[in-house]
Design a protein around this ligand. Structure first.
Ligand SMILES: N[C@@H](CCC(=O)N[C@@H](CS)C(=O)NCC(=O)O)C(=O)O
Length: 257
């Protein structure tokens, strides 16, 4: 107890206010890119690992891509062979490190090796929203889409759930795009890379009606036209998406009528 209290007291003594110039200098110092060790992306076509390929193409930085074309089982065997206790894609090897979780991989790559890229300036109003969408993509959007998918495949729904469901999480995304071109706000950002997969899943698995979300449809057209997205397709999805899940046969009635 005492030691902890003393530690806190010492820490408190060290926290002296900095001037604005000092703060800016510290932030500038933090913006220096580290040299990137060799990076390998373990991949399954049409899955979340496309995000990291797309990111590296946007950054125009080097990477190796590991997968067996058209064979999800063999691609997954490559992931398992790494011996990581959470075998999923994306898995990335970065020098001696093995990384999982696409959002964390993206933040690690940008913050270490491409600081400031694909990220709104930290003091801008877009920054907090960009970060929210970057995390929303997996934390709320994908989580609720796949939870509805499993439930609706097992028991076709007759009515909407009172909980936040697929339509609600997609509607929130649509509403933001009413006033913004990108999930990064004014400019394309890594949040857009994170949001593409679950928003595509939402319509392809028939969890929501595509026609009800015109802003999302226009955003998809916009981001899919990016040269880096096109290069990602050539390298990571040359033959389309193998082993697509079956779309749900029935959705609950829409809140939008
Ligand atoms: N939240 C994780 C999800 C990773 C994930 O579930 N990936 C799927 C493919 S899209 C996977 O590895 N599936 C294989 C499995 O679950 O065995 C992320 O964003 O990286």
């Amino acid at each position: 107890m005492f030691a902890a209290g003393l530690g806190l007291a010492l820490l408190g003594a060290c926290v002296t206010p900095v001037t604005e110039t000092e703060a800016v200098e510290t932030m500038t110092e933090a913006q220096v890119a580290m040299p990137m060790p060799p990076l390998t992306i373990y991949h399954l076509e049409g899955r979340r690992s496309e995000r990291i390929v797309w990111l590296m193409e946007e950054l125009e930085m080097p990477y190796e891509l590991e997968y067996v074309r058209g064979d999800l089982g063999a691609s997954m065997a490559k992931v398992r062979a790494l011996g990581h206790e959470m075998p999923m894609v994306p898995t990335v090897t970065l020098g001696d490190e093995i990384l999982v979780e696409s959002g964390a991989i993206i933040e690690t790559i940008i913050n270490r090796y491409a600081p400031g890229e694909l990220t709104p300036p930290i003091a801008s109003p877009d920054y907090a929203k960009h970060l929210m969408w970057l995390h929303y993509a997996e934390g709320s959007l994908a989580a609720r889409l796949f939870s509805d998918y499993r439930a609706w495949m097992a028991n076709p729904p007759k009515q909407r759930s009172p909980l936040v469901d697929s339509e609600a999480v997609v509607q929130y995304s649509e509403n933001y795009l009413e006033a913004h071109d990108y999930f990064g706000g004014a400019e394309f950002s890594s949040a857009d890379i994170m949001m593409w997969f679950p928003l595509n899943v939402a319509t392809k698995l028939n969890l929501v009606d595509e026609a009800q979300f015109p802003k999302i449809a226009a955003w998809k057209t916009r981001v899919e036209a990016r040269p880096a997205y096109q290069r990602m397709l050539e390298k990571a999805r040359p033959d389309g998406i193998p082993g697509m899940l079956t779309p749900v046969p029935q959705r609950p009635p829409s809140e939008r009528g």
